[in-house]
Design a binder for this molecule. Structure first.
Ligand SMILES: C[S@@+](CC[C@H](N)C(=O)[O-])C[C@H]1O[C@@H](n2cnc3c(N)ncnc32)[C@H](O)[C@@H]1O
Length: 285
C-alpha cells in the first residue's frame, strides 16, 4: 500500500455524517447512483453499468403499477425515480443522511416523479412504518452500513405484506479471515473505513439464514463479484479525470485515500476476501 497515513475513524465517518460529507464528491467518482456497476464487457461507461445493476435488481423485484415500495438507504433517489417512472410504483425512500434525502427530492422534482415518490429521514434498523405496509422492500448497497443487520432484516420482514418481496444487493464477505490476515490487512481495512464509512460485510449465506429466521423464503441468491469487479478501474478513472473538482469538495488527502481504496478493493476482490451479492426473499402469502 502507499504511504498515505491512516487517521483513526472520526465521528464524521459514521454513516449518517459520512454521507452528508461525501455525497457531492461521490457524484463525480461513483456517478449519480451511489452504487457499484454491473459490467457485461467491462469497458462500458460506468453510468451504464450502475444502471445495469439497478436493472438486475428490477428484474428480481417484479414490480407492478400501484405497488408500494420501500427503498431503504435511498441515496440520491435514482432507483426510486426509475421505479416510479418505469413501473408506476409508489416509492418511499429513507436515509439518515439529510443531504441524500434532499438530493433525492430534487431528483424527483427534476424527473417529475413527485406524485409517486416520497423521501424522508429514516433508519433501516428501526423503521417508523406500520407492519405489512409495503409490497416490496428494496435494499440497494445500504445494508453494509448497518451494524445491526438482524434488526434491518427483521424490520424488512415486518413491513412487508404477505407475498411481498425484499430485494437486497451489497458488498459481501467471501470467506472467513484468519487472524493473521486481519493483522496483515489492518491498514487496508482502516483505509476502507475512512473512505466509505464504518461498515460490516457478511456472507450471502448470512442474509439467507436471517431471512429464513424471519419466515421468508429465499427465491434467488447470486454472487456477482465478477461483473462488479471493473467498477474499481472506472472509479479510479473518474478520480483522475475529476481530480480538481473532487479535491475542492473533500480535499486532496481524501482524494488520495479514495484512489488507494480502489486498489485495495480490487485486491480484496481478487483474493476472494470481498465480493458482491444479490438476494431476493419472499414473505409467505
Ligand atoms: C452506498 S449508498 C447506496 C444508495 C442507493 N441505495 C444507491 O444504490 O445508489 C448507502 C446509502 O445508505 C444510507 N444509510 C446508511 N445508514 C443507513 C441506515 N441505518 N438506514 C437507512 N439508510 C442508511 C446512506 O445514507 C446512503 O444513502
Amino acid at each position: 500500500m502507499g504511504d498515505v497515513p491512516i487517521s483513526p475513524v472520526s465521528p464524521g465517518s459514521e454513516p449518517v455524517q459520512h454521507y452528508d460529507t461525501v455525497v457531492g464528491a461521490w457524484g463525480k467518482l461513483l456517478e449519480e447512483d451511489l452504487h457499484y456497476g454491473y459490467f457485461h464487457s467491462g469497458t462500458e461507461p460506468l453510468v451504464d453499468a450502475t444502471d445495469e445493476l439497478t436493472n438486475q435488481m428490477l428484474k428480481l423485484a417484479d414490480l407492478e403499477a400501484g405497488m408500494q415500495v420501500l427503498d431503504v438507504g435511498c441515496g440520491t433517489g435514482k432507483a426510486a425515480c426509475r421505479m416510479a417512472a418505469e413501473y408506476s410504483a409508489s416509492v418511499t425512500g429513507i436515509s439518515p443522511s439529510t443531504e441524500c434525502v434532499e438530493r433525492a427530492q430534487a431528483l424527483a422534482a427534476k424527473s417529475r416523479q413527485l406524485d409517486l415518490t416520497h423521501f424522508c429521514d429514516g433508519d433501516g434498523t428501526a423503521m417508523a412504518f406500520d407492519d405489512i405496509s409495503f409490497d416490496r422492500v428494496w435494499v440497494m448497497e445500504s445494508s453494509h452500513l448497518m451494524q445491526n443487520k438482524p434488526a434491518l432484516l427483521s424490520e424488512c420482514a415486518r413491513v412487508l405484506r404477505p407475498g411481498g418481496r425484499v430485494i437486497l444487493c451489497d458488498i459481501i464477505l467471501k470467506r472467513k479471515l484468519a487472524l493473521e490476515e486481519v493483522i496483515q490487512y489492518r491498514d487496508e481495512f482502516l483505509l476502507l473505513r475512512d473512505v466509505f464509512g464504518r461498515a460490516i460485510m457478511e456472507p450471502l449465506r448470512f442474509y439467507r439464514q436471517e431471512f429464513e429466521l424471519q419466515g421468508l423464503s429465499v427465491l434467488t441468491e447470486t454472487d456477482i463479484s465478477e461483473p462488479t469487479f471493473p467498477t474499481f478501474f472506472q472509479w479510479r478513472k473518474n478520480a483522475t479525470e475529476n481530480r480538481d473538482s473532487v479535491c475542492e469538495l473533500i480535499g486532496e488527502r481524501a482524494w488520495e485515500k479514495f484512489v488507494l481504496s480502489c486498489d485495495v478493493l480490487a485486491q480484496f476482490w481478487k483474493q476472494d476476501i470481498l465480493g458482491y451479492g444479490i438476494i431476493t426473499a419472499q414473505k409467505p402469502s
